[in-house]
Design a protein around this ligand. Structure first.
Ligand code: HEC
Length: 126
């Protein structure tokens, strides 16, 4: 009986490792955002509070720009989307959510903009 349990235990460990490996490349960004979000205010959240973002964006209510929850629900947290949205924050955006443009933030580094996007996309509710 004990032997069977040990064998079953090994099987599930092997299965767990296999599935973790498979999803690693696609879910890397997601895992990253959730671990930083669990460790108190993430770098991205701090950057957002110290920039002008919150004059136009709230986490769950549309003001001038879309709420961050809406943005998170629209885009999957893939590396390509993170790059694309970081580019919009730096260069400005228009026409995705309406006719009001987002002002460019050319003083931001790409790395900081990406941290902001990772935080925003971690707010996903669906
Ligand atoms: C002057 C108001 C304003 C400020 C300041 C502002 N935004 Fe925006 N933001 C907008 C508007 C308006 C849109 C929608 C643009 C569109 O429809 O393409 C938007 C869109 C976005 C999007 C989604 C882009 C897309 O293509 O879906 C993200 C992400 C975003 N903002 C992040 C930020 C961050 C981070 C900051 C601070 C560095 C910031 N915004 C500052 C108004 C603003």
């Amino acid at each position: 009986m004990k032997k069977i349990l040990v064998v079953l235990g090994f099987c599930s460990i092997i299965l767990a490792c296999n599935s973790a490996e498979k999803s690693e490349s696609t879910e890397e960004a997601v895992v990253e955002t959730s671990t930083t979000a669990n460790a108190g205010p993430s770098k991205g959240e701090q950057l957002i509070s110290s920039s002008d973002c919150l004059t136009c964006h709230k986490v769950d209510t549309k003001i001038v720009g879309p709420s961050y929850v809406d943005v998170a629900n629209k885009y999957e947290a893939s590396e390509a989307n993170i790059e694309m949205l970081a580019g919009k924050i730096i260069n400005g955006g228009l026409g995705v959510w309406g006719e009001i443009p987002m002002a460019p933030h050319t003083a931001l580094s790409t790395d900081d903009a990406k941290e902001m996007v990772k935080y925003i996309l971690s707010l996903k509710t669906n």
